[in-house]
Ligand binder design. Sequence first.
Ligand SMILES: [Zn+2]
Length: 122
Amino acid sequence: MDGRNNTPEPTMQTATATCSCGCDTAHVIARRNTFDGRELQFWSDGDVTLVMGFRIRGIGPAKSRYAIDRDIEAGRVLASMATLLDFAEVARAFNVLRNLIDRSRWDCDASIERAAFRALAK
Ligand SMILES: [Zn+2]
């Protein structure tokens, strides 16, 4: 023991619907407009919807703890990409991000955006 705390720092939020504001019910934590002007809402439980919580075809709610944590991370990355995407690309981009995160297990950095844009270009 050398006095350091060797507990790994959590890399992401682990509570299902709790964000830094302390509210424990799912709520909108960010909004972004797509390139073609559709507003996306990003929820504290990882969900991504249209305004008023209307579902986006191809994006279903996460149903497990793992999926919620993964979708929170996918949403964080999607929020950074949203203004570069047309609305028609959003569901595919979100699912590309889910798959990238599933394979890399939270290893998100700037390269995940590049990987997602490469996958979308195919
Ligand atoms: Zn909050």
